[in-house]
Write a protein that binds this ligand. Structure first.
Ligand SMILES: Nc1ncnc2c1ncn2[C@@H]1O[C@H](COP(=O)(O)OP(=O)(O)OP(=O)(O)O)[C@@H](O)[C@H]1O
Ligand SMILES: [Mg+2]
Length: 331
């Protein structure tokens, strides 16, 4: 059965924010699927709904003003049960054992998951003791090992420090240590390397790969950086204004991009465009999230847009096995 072969399967997910100015349809019909041990890359411009998708999976959407209004997030838990996360009580026992334990998240902004009034050690130890069967002493030793593995020097001392005593890059690494310390089935990494310099970035990606092989963990890698995608992802979902425009293997994404948005995105990257070639700017502005265009959301900026594109939203179609696109050019 197809559903059983996926660790997580997101179907028609819609997460909206009801603000004083109007409704923001941040995530609007998103489909995602990830197998155990797989890395799914999620790319797209700022504001397209990557973080909101991740927070929906964790049941961490601030409510109000946010709400998951439709769709399902099917997840196979450690006991082999198939659960729909959308139906679980965000504060209930089942969700609390999934969140931070079976599914862990590295947040885009480290201070959202590190509490300033506790030492990083206390926070990591607390997480370990909540989700794994360890004594405080064992948890402490495990935390020190994890801090060491993410490249924090002097972990025995550092474990007693408060978040503000660490640099931005160190904080990011402490958060990564916390997320990985419970050996999650799925790690959601939301721009995990943006706060890090390039050498540390490579180290952190390498570490995530190592742990993935060790524990068979799946990763949802959210990033603007197509270099990181090329480096880490098996499959990739390309997002634009709350919708998935294309899904392909990382190889096909770079060698056979289909959607005009993805093509333009690839032409706008210096190293991929090739020497001497003119870089492309995607024309037009990202539309106001309060009033998305009718039809395909990319149509106002698309050089191929026809009449139908401005009237009706195209369905996703499978062009080859494992390669889907949502564009009228391919219907
Ligand atoms: N708490 C909130 N209240 C109102 N709108 C919100 C809230 N959180 C997110 N949004 C809106 O949802 C949309 C998607 O935001 P999201 O943070 O998911 O973007 P993103 O793809 O992660 O962008 P970035 O690459 O900049 O991190 C944006 O229009 C954003 O303004
Ligand atoms: Mg984000």
């Amino acid at each position: 059965m197809e559903t059983n072969s996926y660790l997580i399967k997101v179907k028609d997910l819609c997460t909206y924010f009801y603000t004083d100015e109007g409704t923001v349809r941040a995530v609007d019909g998103v489909e995602l699927k990830i197998r155990s041990g797989e890395t799914l890359g999620v790319v797209g411009e700022s504001g397209c709904g990557k973080s909101v998708t991740a927070l929906s999976i964790m049941q961490l959407i601030p409510s109000p003003p946010g709400k998951i209004i439709r769709g399902s997030i099917l997840y196979q838990n450690n006991k082999g049960e198939s659960l729909d996360i959308v139906q679980l009580d965000p504060r209930g026992k089942k969700m609390r054992s999934i969140r931070g334990g079976e599914i862990a998240m590295i947040f885009q902004e480290p201070m959202t998951s590190l509490n300033p009034i506790y030492t990083i050690g206390d926070q990591i130890i607390e997480a370990i003791m909540t989700h794994r069967n360890m004594t405080r002493q064992e948890a402490r030793e495990h935390a020190i090992r994890m801090l060491d593995r993410v490249g924090i020097p002097g972990p025995k001392q550092r474990i007693n420090e408060y978040p503000h005593q660490l640099s931005g890059g160190m904080r990011q690494r402490a958060m990564i240590a916390m997320a990985l310390s419970c050996h999650p089935n799925l790690l959601i990494a939301d721009e995990p390397t943006t706060a890090l310099d390039v050498t540390v970035q490579a180290q952190v990606l390498e570490l995530m790969k190592e742990l993935q092989q060790e524990f068979g963990m799946a990763i949802m890698m959210i990033t603007h950086n197509l270099g990181v995608i090329a480096e880490t992802a098996d499959n990739v979902s390309v997002m634009y204004l709350g919708k998935i425009m294309e899904y392909a293997s990382a190889h096909d994404l770079f060698h056979n991009p289909l959607h005009p948005y993805l093509k333009a995105l690839l032409r706008s990257i210096p190293s991929l465009a090739g020497k001497g070639q003119k870089l492309e700017v995607i024309k037009g502005m990202v539309p106001d999230p309060l009033s998305f265009p009718q039809g395909c959301r990319f149509a106002p900026r698309c050089r191929y847009a026809r009449k139908i594109c401005k009237q009706e939203d195209p369905p996703a179609v499978e062009i080859e096995k494992g390669h889907q696109v949502k564009c009228w050019l391919y219907q």
